[in-house]
Ligand binder design. Structure first.
Ligand SMILES: Cc1cc2nc3c(=O)[nH]c(=O)nc-3n(C[C@H](O)[C@H](O)[C@H](O)COP(=O)(O)OP(=O)(O)OC[C@H]3O[C@@H](n4cnc5c(N)ncnc54)[C@H](O)[C@@H]3O)c2cc1C
Length: 335
């Protein structure tokens, strides 16, 4: 990393570290080194970082908790702007919540529930930040965070700040217009519904119990790898079922494994690389396509060393798309 860039980033007041190992920062515990990691304490610092980067050629990647990102084991030759716990202020006023983008969703859901506000229970088990959840319109139980968003306070790639109302955010199933705008989420206003906090707590505990019974808990993973579509769901069921019916659960490549507990979760049993995960993604896609005709896309995004961020199937196809199914399957070691 060029010393003048490091110096300019430090002038923003954000914490700057050069040559950071990404694996410990990611939920999958996968990833090589990034040239620099920048962690702002305030929205103003985050916007200042964007202004610095607007005049540079080095790539920039904005992350929350990397619970939906596959970092490349070859690393990332750019600056990672991490909007996480250091930017997690919260204010509750009546049924309105204002929170900075780095707040951890389970914490936000719990704090809102304790204040007698219903609406975020479905996010209690999602280990990401508010900013990441808004960008992905994430949620569970057929809900998305967009349902409760009043306004999102953002900065553009040039560091200029602006506010979008719910309609302008273009929320749709696990996506939002913010992705196309390349907007960085700094904070958001949410509208929730007053309710008895004990009832909300009971619902959250029930949701957590159900998730613990369904999803792998102890091994590093990135949640659901593949997206569902309504047509696929109605015909062959969700991705986890399709992967199970294809007999793929438990298959490994080196340290990466298709979870024996839930087919849509790829776990790192130790030492997995991004290539191992991409290989399993290619195997699953090709096998399920051959059996059912449905070619599943990924919810998880891959960050290439040069800064390209794409749904992971593109990187998997580029790397393994030409491999014949039989070769992929022969090389797989079942458990
Ligand atoms: C065990 C487990 C269970 C999960 N269960 C669910 C679930 O039930 N439902 C669900 O929807 N998801 C689930 N996920 C996926 C993930 O938690 C969500 O997508 C989450 O919203 C991502 O948040 P993050 O902060 O980790 O974002 P990251 O993974 O860091 O980033 C995801 C995307 O958002 C962008 N981004 C992050 N922060 C910002 C910001 N402040 N401004 C602009 N862009 C930003 C990144 O550039 C990237 O494109 C699960 C993941 C795990 C590991």
């Amino acid at each position: 990393m060029k010393p003048d860039l490091l110096a300019a980033l430090r002038l923003t007041g954000a914490a700057v570290t050069s040559g950071v190992h990404l694996a410990p920062l990611s939920r999958w515990k996968i990833g090589g080194r990034a040239a620099a990691l920048v962690e702002p304490d305030t929205p103003e610092q985050a916007a200042a970082v964007l202004r610095v980067m607007a005049n540079r050629t080095e790539p920039l990647f904005v992350m929350g908790d990397a619970s939906n990102v596959l970092f490349d084991s070859a690393g990332f030759a750019g600056v990672v702007l991490r909007i996480s716990r250091r930017m997690s202020a919260l204010r509750i006023s009546g049924s309105r919540v204002w929170a900075e983008a780095g707040i951890w969703m389970p914490q936000l859901a719990r704090r809102a529930g304790s204040a007698g506000l219903r609406g975020l229970e479905h996010t209690i088990g999602i280990p990401g930040t508010l900013g990441g959840l808004i960008l992905m319109n994430g949620g569970s139980l057929r809900k998305g965070i967009g349902l409760n968003v009043l306004a999102v306070h953002c900065a553009g790639a040039d560091g200029e700040c602006f506010t979008l109302d719910q309609a302008a955010c273009g929320f749709d199933y696990r996506t939002s217009a913010l992705q196309r705008m390349r907007a960085v989420v700094l904070a958001a206003d949410l509208e929730l519904e007053p309710e008895d906090s004990a009832a909300i707590r009971r619902d959250m505990l029930a949701i957590m119990r159900e998730r613990r019974a369904k999803f792998p808990q102890s091994l590093a993973n990135c949640g659901s790898t593949f997206l569902s579509t309504s047509q696929m769901h109605a015909t062959i069921g969700p991705p986890g079922r399709a992967i199970q019916d294809a007999g793929l659960k438990g298959i490994r490549r080196n340290g990466a494994q298709i979870s024996p507990m839930h087919g849509n979760f790829l776990v790192n049993t130790g030492g997995a690389t991004s290539d191992d995960i991409l290989w399993l993604i290619a195997l699953i896609r090709q096998t399920v396509k051959a059996r059912t005709g449905f070619l599943m896309d990924c919810e998880v995004r891959h960050l290439a060393p040069d800064g390209r961020l794409r749904p992971a199937q593109f990187a998997a196809d580029e790397r393994w798309g030409d491999a014949r199914l039989a070769e992929l399957a022969d090389a797989a070691v079942g458990t």
